[in-house]
Design a protein around this ligand. Structure first.
Ligand code: DGL
Length: 258
């Protein structure tokens, strides 16, 4: 099937997921929507997050997408159930990698950095109760991080100061895994590696999402088996320049009002 895979996020963060998908499935056409105009989603009500997720989904359906990847933890944990109940195509979501972190931790303590919307969601509580009830999970809302990344300041001093505050309770509690529960946060990895003691491992769900996308496409016979040059399209409703800087130069980001 040559129809594209649709991907959306509240902004530029989901490009970290697009990179994983593009690497694993280089033959697939993709359309990425960055709803930066409405970022951050993390502080919005569940109802508003559902409304925005529906808007993004309908635009991707207009563009004939065969499957949609909700490349946003906040939108997945609050809206994917409604999307799956409303539309007849497969949806792939992303959730914080609590399960592998809980399974591997030696200190029985892991940290999670995510948005308020994700940490307060029913789905997150369910996953934590199921897989991490015998360990300590130090939760931290990453207030202010997404707006800084959206304005191209992922590696700034301002970001460093914020992270210092957010990491302190985790370091005090002796975590050995840090779960990045927001698709914007992989862009913090260079700074985090610099700031964290070497024994603390950083974990996110990007690769797992790409593997799941491939498995579902296969299951529904939706893989693109034609060997033609694939197309990757990117649309942003606010800051195409910041997004281009996170992608390599060979990709154009177009402005689209949605
Ligand atoms: N990338 C979104 C996530 O994974 C960011 C949320 C936000 O916009 O606050 O949760």
């Amino acid at each position: 099937m040559r129809q594209p895979i649709g991907i959306f996020d509240s902004g530029v963060g989901g490009t970290s997921i697009w990179k994983e998908i593009h690497t694993l499935l280089p033959n697939e056409n993709t359309i990425y929507l960055a709803d930066s105009k409405h970022a951050p989603y993390g502080n919005k009500s569940k109802e508003r997050i559902i409304e925005l997720s529906i808007k993004n989904t309908e635009l991707l359906l207009e563009k004939d997408c065969k499957l949609i990847v909700v490349a946003c933890n906040t939108a997945t944990t609050n809206a994917i159930k409604t999307l799956r109940e409303t539309y007849p195509i497969p949806f792939i979501g992303i959730e914080p990698a609590i399960k592998p972190a809980a399974f591997r931790t030696q200190t029985k303590t892991v940290g999670i950095l995510a948005t308020k919307g994700t940490l307060s969601s029913e789905l997150f509580h369910k996953t934590t109760n199921l897989f991490a009830n015998n360990i300590t999970v130090v939760e931290q809302i990453g207030e202010g991080i997404v707006p800084l990344i959206e304005s191209g300041k992922a590696q700034s001093d301002e970001m460093k100061s914020l992270l210092k505050i957010y990491l302190k309770p985790m370091l005090d509690a002796n975590i050995d895994y840090l779960v990045l529960g927001c698709t914007h946060y992989p862009y913090l990895i260079p700074l985090l590696v610099e700031m964290l003691p070497k024994h603390i491992k950083i974990i996110d769900s990007g690769e797992a999402v790409a593997l799941q996308t491939k498995a579902v496409l296969k299951q529904y016979n939706m893989l693109n088996l034609q060997v033609s040059k694939n197309k990757s399209q990117f649309y942003s409703n606010e800051n195409p320049k910041v997004m281009s800087s996170l992608l390599s130069d060979s990709y154009n980001v177009d402005y689209l009002d949605f």
